[in-house]
Design a binder for this molecule. Sequence first.
Ligand code: ADP
Ligand code: MG
Length: 457
Amino acid sequence: MTEDTWGRVQEALKRNVGENNYKTWIEPVRLGNCRDGIATLHVPTNFIGNWVSRNFGDEILNQLALSGVPAERLAFEVDKISYGAASSTQAVTARAQSAAKTQAAAGRNGVLPGAPLDKRFTFDSFVVGKPNQLAHAAARRVAEGGEVSFNPLFLYGGVGLGKTHLMHAIGWELQKKSPELRVVYLSAEQFMYRFVMALRDRQMMSFKELFRSVDVLMIDDVQFIAGKDGTQEEFFHTFNALLDQNRQIVISGDRAPVDIKGMEERIKSRLQCGLVVDLHPTDYELRLGILHDKVERYCEQYPDLVIEDGVLEFLAHRISTNVRVLEGALMRLFAFASLVGREITLDLAQDCLSDILRASDRKVTVEEIQRKVAEHYNIRLSDLLGPKRVRVIARPRQVAMYLAKQLTTRSLPEIGRCFGKRDHTTVMHGVRRIEELKARDAQIADDIELLRRALEA
Ligand code: ADP
Ligand code: MG
């Protein structure tokens, strides 16, 4: 591996992540050795390492693969010597600030404290489906600017469902419409970093002034500051000051405010006083829509790419964890196909993605099975788990026990406990009964097939 390789990778990254991101995050990084599928990157600080890993990790892996350095993952090493230990943090701050400066109109009281926006994360590239339509609509409303209608907007949901994407999209849109607005986006982690730096450098006054002078503040992954008391306190004051001035605030978290552990009650309740919307796990249609959208964009760049029918459907069906993994899988397929110059077939996909496919095999829970079965037979969940023994309830109960045995790794006694503390022999009897019925009752066989597919989707 040579300097050249990394130079080429950096060039490609510059095109993909944009000049600002490049200058701030990619330029300071050096490629070390690549051994056992791990490519080591040297970075000036942990903070930069984390940021690069989180935001550009997949992209770097793809570009490395395209340059003939296939690696499965990246390792980051903080390299004090080559950057000069004493000045490293200052250099980082300076870089981050210069990026922030171009991010939005700098003015009034100094440079904005935000992080650069990813140019891929726009409303235009956000695919809307049932699971995310509310969050999308709320984000759109905030991006319209004008009168503040709900404050704060709190977006929550599992990883890779589009929270960060929506926040950046709001940022881009506001900048486009009203370049004079001071829009600041940063992760809670960066907020804390800035807070700690300000404490260290005795710059608390300017820190406070700076954050209180923004028009729109977006803080990503707020759960990060749970349990970090000093940062929480400062966050709370900034937050209140901005709310009082009727400035728009957008916050994201991995769960609803009430469920964030280690977060002060008063903060939780303030977080809830605006609009709280969640991004639901993706469904098949949304995943397929996202894949089609990405392929279209990609094919504009690489018109020679051929994808066999059924490959996207296969991916949408099998990779149901999150959109980031789905995108990563697609990128890997693209990279591989362009390396070996082959059409992307189902076989290629299965080979090339076997690890991802294995990891995302869905783990169904007994609770999900019970809910789906109750829904399917149109009975109450409490009846399904309760003592009633009439056929219309008892049969679905047995079906649910059968599915629990088939689709989960739970033992019979464990399953019994999940069904209103029933004995394991009752479960065994139920499972056997359904096995018999399935063989001669087409209706039951159909029901089970349908339920199984719904649960595994
Ligand atoms: P989160 O912040 O919720 O963990 P991100 O916003 O980082 O998730 O999304 C992960 C990846 O999936 C990003 O590359 C993003 O562009 C993509 N993504 C998520 N949801 C969508 C969507 N509805 N349409 C297009 N891309 C999406
Ligand atoms: Mg995020």
